[in-house]
Design a protein around this ligand. Structure first.
Ligand SMILES: N[C@@H](CCC(=O)N[C@@H](CS)C(=O)NCC(=O)O)C(=O)O
Length: 207
């Protein structure tokens, strides 16, 4: 098997979801640090013209986009496993949650963390508004469920995990969401789980 290469940074939630699946599938890989400057280099832009991490290199296959990489890894290295359910309905629901990861989660809790921790020029009020609508919806969905799509963790859970778990690093408290907290703990108990390095917590807002 060719050595898998993952370009990323340890603090990126998009990269972290891929790291989680690689570890949970026991796939050896080389982690290549790709900071902001390198991401603009011709060498990196040849790998991903969007200039974003993560990028996965698997032999001749070069893929950007964290959710696309999760699907590729599960289909290639764990077909017929819990990670990518096959029924039409479950596969569709999984796509729905990957969409939430790239939509409401990216522009809500993840945006708040980018602003508070890295000074990214995004709109904090808008991030809070998106999070304030989405987190109660997620809480309601998780009431009476262990995971987002099926009774076991899928790539959708990994895609949605990191930025929700790290919402307090963006100043958004999770204390009012018991079902979300239990879901986070279930993911943290999966074999191979590793956390992102913790960042200092700013003052917390209860949504
Ligand atoms: N949709 C992409 C988003 C990835 C993303 O936003 N990555 C950030 C780091 S967390 C990045 O590379 N930002 C640099 C940029 O957008 O120029 C994915 O899921 O991989």
């Amino acid at each position: 098997m060719p050595t898998l290469k993952l370009y990323g940074t340890p603090l990126s939630g998009h990269v972290h979801r891929v790291t989680l699946l690689l570890r949970m599938l026991n796939l050896d890989h080389q982690f290549i640090e790709a900071g902001a400057e390198f991401r603009q280099s011709p060498e990196f832009l040849r790998l991903n013209p969007f200039g974003q991490i993560p990028v996965l290199v698997d032999g001749d296959v070069v893929l950007g986009d964290s959710n696309a990489i999760l699907v590729y890894l599960a289909k290639t290295y764990a077909p017929d496993s819990q990670w990518l359910p096959q029924s039409a309905v479950d596969a569709a629901l999984l796509q729905q949650w990957l969409g939430k990861a790239a939509g409401e989660i990216r522009y809500g809790v993840a945006s708040a963390r980018l602003i508070k921790q890295f000074g990214t020029p995004e709109d904090y009020a808008s991030a809070l508004k998106v999070a304030a609508r989405f987190l109660p919806q997620l809480e309601q969905h998780l009431q009476g469920r262990d995971f987002l799509v099926t009774a076991q963790a899928t790539v959708a859970d990994l895609a949605c995990y990191t930025y929700v778990a790290r919402a307090p690093e963006g100043g958004i408290a999770l204390t009012a969401f018991p079902a979300i907290n239990q879901w986070l703990q279930r993911i943290e108990a999966l074999p191979g789980f590793i956390a992102t390095p913790p960042l200092p917590l700013p003052d917390q807002i209860n949504l």
